[in-house]
Ligand binder design. Sequence first.
Ligand code: ARG
Length: 227
Amino acid sequence: GTLEKIKEEGKLVVGTEASYRPFEYHNAKDEIVGFDIDIAKALSKELGVELEIKDIAFDGLIPSLKTKKFDLVIAAMTITESRKKSVDFSTPYFNAGQVIAVLDSEDQIQNVEDLVGKTVGVQLGTTGDLKVSEIDGLEIKRYEKIPQAFIDLKNGRIDAIVNDLPVTATFVKKVEGVKIVGTPFTEENYGMAIRKDDNELEKRLNEALSNIKEKGIYDKIYAKWFK
Ligand code: ARG
């Protein structure tokens, strides 16, 4: 199984989409860093192996996991019923919901209903994409990477962005002229995705996750990225 392979090769190969600060992104030195990356490092340490990261498009993560391009996915990925049909998830490790971001000057959009008639940016294949796709009468622009949506919002090409709160909050802190309206309108939990038949790996991962929580490592990583 995959767990034996990880031990034999001495490395855990993780798939992600690294333009999602503070969870996974390229820093100024072009290293992939972030909350998820530190969690992945801590988990591989628990397993006694090295960590290798593969950065691909978000909507390719589950297909590539299935064809064994990597051992698991850590990508701020929400545990959903529909994804659970094709992959398994670890126990939840983070809680986040969708929020709406608009320009400071925008005062018509206060909640999800106000998005009708507007052009809304989302990251392709995310829960934000799915949520917005359920609403009739709006135009959706789907981006490969969420930073591209923020560029378009600033330039007035779209009216709003629907995306995970911690990531949007990070943008709003760094970019002038953009604000979050309202509070999260979904309840979501992030999990690590593994292949359905990898029960041993799933068990070992959940153990490792609870170990890093018990040892206070999880809290340290949390404080580093969300203080
Ligand atoms: N939580 C959302 C989802 O699962 C967005 C995740 C986007 N992650 C990323 N690394 N770009 O659909």
